[in-house]
Design a protein around this ligand. Structure first.
Ligand SMILES: [Zn+2]
Ligand SMILES: [Zn+2]
Length: 459
């Protein structure tokens, strides 16, 4: 009760110079009800709810009308119509306002009802994840948002799972598949260097001519990798999606639904390229022969940013088979950053500078944990290993375990696999990818595969 009264003051006491009430919320936003205690959706009815026809706050609407405990001295909700004809009730708490701003954030870039539905689901999931991680075994009550990118290695959680390790053996990539998929191999001719035996298309070259990985334009750089001319990059961040139309098929960008070939919907100050450097690599080491414990199973996910030398690591997350985050850190790139890729990574310059961890420190931490026979799980893990500058042979790749029906080089996206097999949605487009979510998703997919396949052998 006290809580509700306080919230009421929070809203009504904020007035502008003319004495008129200021609202925390945007007029385009629908606000219904006032109790944030009911803000988090009930996880049990998540899959059945339809966020388009049953918006986030329907439950609160019903509750607030039925709630006899609402104090009579609290001002009644103010109804008014927005431009879009939506009813606005303005007894909003700060928490509500923030949530609604989040919904607006989703609504604006959503180009159709299906995408809106997907984005709303993502936001709901994020709220649930914050609660779930706090309650996770071994958790210290630190929510994802507070701990994101700032979890030092939790050595107490390094228990092996021999049964899972054994069950995963049949999904390990063969050497040939690792070559074909572009996994880095140890360069025996050069110290601390790797080679890509399947072709070196992704390797940064010394050439001063670069091809922009976003728009395809050719541009020039100097010896330091810096652009010789400032030229804007006009690009689409989405992929081409084929759609049936009367008389045939047309391809439109998933970002803006513009027809393939139309001018980009995004502008960035410079072009970028996605070359990787094969220097500075480390290699996982064998365990001492007296160590007969389980070598461990971990899922790994990395995030990249664009620098003057191509792409570099900006965050890494490692999770164990109990779905606990063991290690999660932002990483300071070695070279000057051109773009933090925030749309996809959710990572900002501030994140990276605050944590200030170098890739060498990350490598050192991981080499103490990941031994030559440890199983690493990931989705297109080849890129993660290139970013980490780590060669490792014992890998399970969910993009190979769950192949595309058209066969290689086609791959299914991680969020498609999770939606298909786990009935969840990952990779929140509204605020970027999350390495912790993706690493957890890969581990969960393999646990599902082992369980569904009935392949776990009793030990
Ligand atoms: Zn676009
Ligand atoms: Zn470009």
């Amino acid at each position: 009760m006290v809580k509700k009264e306080k919230r009421s003051v929070d809203v009504t006491d904020v007035r502008n110079k003319n004495g008129r009430r200021k609202h925390f919320i945007d007029p385009d936003v629908i606000i219904i009800g006032s109790s944030s205690d009911e803000a988090e959706p009930d996880s049990s009815d998540m899959s059945d709810s339809d966020p388009v026809t049953a918006p986030l706050h329907n439950k609160r609407k019903i509750k607030s009308h039925a709630d006899d405990d609402v104090p009579h001295d609290e001002p009644p909700p103010t109804k008014r119509k927005t431009k879009k004809g939506e009813v606005l009730l303005q007894t909003a708490s700060k928490e509500d306002a923030l949530e609604m701003a989040q919904e607006k954030n989703v609504y604006k870039p959503s180009i159709n009802a299906v995408k809106y539905k997907s984005d709303v689901m993502n936001v709901i999931k994020k709220l649930r994840t914050q609660r779930n991680v706090t309650a996770a075994k071994g958790g210290k009550g630190v929510g994802v948002q507070n701990s994101r990118g700032r979890i030092p290695l939790k050595t107490k959680m390094l228990q092996g799972n021999a049964m899972l390790y054994d069950g995963l053996k049949e999904y390990l990539l063969t050497e040939q598949t690792r070559i074909e998929q572009g996994y880095p191999f140890r360069n025996t001719r050069k110290r601390y260097a790797a080679v890509l035996l399947g072709g070196d298309k992704r390797v940064t070259t010394d050439s001063s001519e670069k091809i922009c990985s976003r728009c395809g334009a050719t541009y020039s750089v100097g010896q330091t990798g810096r652009h010789t001319r400032m030229k804007e990059c006009n690009y689409h961040y989405g992929k081409g999606v084929e759609q049936r139309v009367p008389g045939g098929v047309e391809t439109r960008y998933s970002c803006c639904e513009a027809v393939m070939g139309s001018p980009g919907c995004q502008v960035f100050k410079l072009h970028v390229h996605d070359g990787v450097s094969l220097d500075g690599f480390v290699f996982t080491q064998p365990r001492p022969t007296i160590d007969t414990s389980c070598p461990g199973v971990y899922s790994l996910n990395c995030e990249k940013c664009y620098t003057t030398r191509g792409v570099e690591l900006s965050r890494v997350t490692l999770v164990n088979s109990s779905m606990q985050i063991l290690y999660d850190t932002f990483v300071r790139p070695a070279n000057d950053v051109i773009d933090y890729n925030t749309r996809f990574s959710g990572i900002s310059e501030k994140n990276v500078k605050e944590v200030n961890v170098s890739i060498k420190e990350v490598q050192k931490t991981l080499l103490n944990l990941i031994r030559a026979d440890t199983i690493l799980i990931g989705h297109s893990l080849d890129m993660d290993l290139c970013l980490l500058k780590l060669t490792h042979e014992v890998v399970v790749d969910t993009s190979v375990v769950f192949p595309h029906s058209l066969g290689p080089p086609h791959k299914l996206a991680l969020n498609t696999l999770v939606a298909d097999h786990l009935r969840k949605i990952v990779q929140d487009r509204a605020s970027g990818h999350d390495t912790a979510e993706d690493a957890l998703a890969c581990m969960e997919l393999m646990l599902w595969m082992i369980k569904e396949g009935g392949r776990v052998r009793r030990v």
